[in-house]
Design a binder for this molecule. Structure first.
Ligand code: SF4
Length: 226
């Protein structure tokens, strides 16, 4: 029987899970912390973003009402580790204001909004790109939206399942068109891809230790043959 794209994607996930174990994303105590973390993680490592989240928490500012009423410089000085801190402070303050006024600072209210409409609303906010918005939809609102990123492009283009310059939408369709909308699967699959990209499928890939190298018994990956 010929393997389908769905089979391949599930086999890749299962190989990643078997090698790395469940990734337990998103590392946050509340949905709002996840939302703020998604903004802080833009263009920076999670280690730096996590330090900024911890600073906000330590100052008692990881609260939508507090952040929406705060002065931008007061936010900025706490999130310096996340880089681009002035811009991110403004974005966080603006988002916190929307979260309070439009969603009553209640993740259940936000999650009750139809996924497409909520995605459009968040994409309309300044500084909110698709990766940030989809991260919030999946990890804070538990919507079945697959998050993709540069790690996804690198590994899956090497694997031959995406063009090298695949757009965000093209990458996302690979997963959303071929997998059932499963929040648990989408949650851990994206986390596994990030772990793969950080540890194995790096700029110079470590193919000899890659768990997806021989999925379906073939050396399907272009990187593996290189
Ligand atoms: S076999 Fe190599 S190039 Fe392919 S996904 Fe693994 S690390 Fe990346």
């Amino acid at each position: 029987m010929t393997a389908t794209l769905t089979d391949d994607l599930l086999d890749i996930y299962n190989a990643l899970f078997a090698a790395f174990g469940h990734q337990h994303w998103w590392p946050a105590k509340t949905p709002f912390e996840t939302m703020v973390g998604a903004i802080l993680a833009q263009n920076v490592s999670w280690t730096n973003a996590a330090q900024a989240v911890a600073n906000l928490d330590g100052a008692g500012m990881l609260d939508p009402h507090v952040l929406s009423a705060a002065d931008t410089p007061d936010i900025a000085r706490l999130i310096v580790p996340s880089r681009f801190y002035n811009r991110k402070a403004e974005r966080i303050r603006e988002f916190a204001g929307v979260y309070v006024t439009e969603f009553q600072a209640d993740p259940a209210v936000m999650t009750a909004v139809e996924t497409g409409a909520l995605r459009e609303r968040l994409l309309a906010l300044r500084g909110f790109g698709k990766e940030t918005v989809d991260t919030i939809l999946l990890y804070a609102c538990t919507k079945p939206v697959f998050v993709v990123d540069a790690y996804t492009r690198r590994a899956f283009s090497r694997y031959g399942l995406l063009p090298q310059k695949a757009s965000y939408d093209r990458m996302q369709r690979l997963f959303s068109d071929n997998l059932d909308p499963d929040v648990e699967l989408f949650n851990d699959y994206h986390a596994q891809i990030v772990h793969l990209g950080k540890t194995v499928c790096r700029k110079s890939p470590l193919c000899d230790r890659c768990p997806v190298r021989a999925v379906r018994g073939t050396l399907a990956c272009a990187g593996a043959r290189a």
